[in-house]
Each structure stands twice: as structure tokens, then as C-alpha cells.
Design a protein around this ligand. Structure first.
Ligand code: DX5
Ligand code: ZN
Length: 223
């Protein structure tokens, strides 16, 4: 699955920018609050408008403090996934349950320096694990391959039937890095600059998807 990140789109033309990636699996929406991360982007009002402007399921990535207070409204608004950061709360299970109760899929995200082991036990409360492969806050940064060990560890648990969840990766995904992530067992690839920086964003999505599929051990097995 490919999730173009509108962080790299033109914020004055979000409806057209969503239409430019028609056929994407999810549209990734980076919510930043200038507290959890140094940058500031958009919030619930923009997500509510975007929900009316596109049929692509919205994958909301909340890089914000206090997700217990702010995450459930994104689910109530109709976001498909609501992902928050493990580092931003002491009670990730409660936040995940509130998101699910409000009708969305719940996602847990970890920064590059955050180990996954302390969270393995609670991943059953989640639908998605979002592994950050850059420091959250900005698009256009370089991929950190060392985070792939987290994707591999969780992929093993999924393959053995211990867990049911999607492994998603975010940051620096492009034609040079997507295959390594696919080989590590990633299911869903967020791509901002590699999609919206391309002359044909929809074609960039198709190319990334084809490249990921050909490198995915998972899909090869299924064939
Ligand atoms: C970074 C965001 C990413 C960003 C990725 O904090 O979470 O979703 O848009 O951008 P690229 O693909 O350019 O690294
Ligand atoms: Zn993101």
C-alpha cells in the first residue's frame, strides 16, 4: 500500500492535490502542533474539509502532545486511521481504545530512537504500527535504514499469527529506499516528496507500489 503525504503538497490546493494521487490506498495527513515536533501544519478543521473533498481514506499521523485529548475527534470526524506517538502519552492503550470506539483504526508511531520492545505487548490494541524512518517534523529528509529492524521484529509476530496489524513506514521513502523497506516486511509506505515532487504524482505512486510489491517477501510467497 502507498500513502502519499500531503505535507509535500500545495496546502492552498489540497482537494486538487488529493485528486492528483487518485488510486492511492491512503492519503497521509501530518498533523503537527509545534510542541511535540518543532513544526506546525494543520488540524481538525482542515481534516474535516479534506474528508469532504476526497474518497481516499485518510491516514492521520498525529505528531502532537496530549493525544488522549486530541486524537478521538479525528476518528469521530471520519478519518480511516488515527495514529499517535508512543512518546506523547503514558496511556497508549486508553488512547487506542478511544480511537477504535470512535470508529477509526488505531495506529501507534515510534520515533527512530524509540525501541519497539516495550510496546510489543500492547500492539494487539492497534491496527497499524507506524515506524518513523526520519525524525518527525519535516518532509524531504534522508531515510534511516537502522529502523528496519523494528519492522522486521513486528513482521515476524504478524507472520507467526501472534499479531494482526499493518506495518507502515514514514520518512525518506523513494525509489532508492522502498525496496529495503519492503524486504523488511513493511505493508504500507508513506511518501511525501517522492510523490508530490514528481512531475506525475499518480505515476510516482504506481511506480513505488510496483517496486515495493516486487521486493516484498510476503507477496512473493503468495504468488
Ligand atoms: C515527517 C512526516 C512525513 C513526511 C514524509 O514528520 O511524518 O509523513 O511527510 O516526507 P518524505 O516522504 O518527503 O520523507
Ligand atoms: Zn507522517
Amino acid at each position: 500500500m502507498i500513502a502519499p503525504s500531503i505535507l509535500s503538497a500545495d496546502f492552498a490546493r489540497l482537494a486538487e492535490e488529493a485528486a492528483a494521487v487518485a488510486g492511492s490506498d491512503w492519503l497521509h495527513v501530518d498533523v503537527m502542533d509545534a510542541h511535540f515536533v518543532p513544526n506546525l501544519t494543520l488540524g481538525l478543521p482542515v481534516v474535516q474539509s479534506l474528508l469532504k473533498a476526497t474518497d481516499i481514506p485518510l491516514d492521520c499521523h498525529l505528531m502532537i502532545d496530549n493525544p488522549g485529548r486530541w486524537a478521538p475527534p479525528y476518528a469521530e470526524a471520519g478519518a480511516h486511521n488515527v495514529t499517535f506517538h508512543a512518546e506523547a502519552t503514558d496511556d497508549p492503550i486508553a488512547v487506542a481504545r478511544d480511537i477504535r470506539a470512535a470508529g477509526a483504526k488505531a495506529g501507534l508511531s515510534v520515533k527512530p530512537g524509540t525501541p519497539i520492545e516495550p510496546y510489543l505487548e500492547i500492539l494487539k490494541e492497534f491496527d497499524t504500527l507506524l515506524v518513523m524512518s526520519v525524525e518527525p517534523g519535516f518532509g524531504g529528509q534522508s531515510f534511516m535504514a537502522e529502523v528496519l529492524s523494528k519492522a522486521r521484529a513486528v513482521r515476524k509476530l504478524v507472520d507467526s499469527g501472534e499479531l494482526t496489524l499493518l506495518v507502515e513506514i514514514d520518512g525518506g521513502i523513494n525509489t532508492d529506499t522502498v525496496e529495503a523497506a519492503a524486504e523488511a516486511g513493511v505493508d504500507c509506505f508513506v511518501a511525501g516528496s517522492a510523490v508530490y515532487g514528481a512531475s506525475d504524482p499518480a505515476e510516482a505512486v504506481r511506480a513505488l507500489r510496483a517496486q515495493a510489491a516486487s521486493a516484498s517477501p510476503h507477496l512473493t510467497l503468495a504468488h
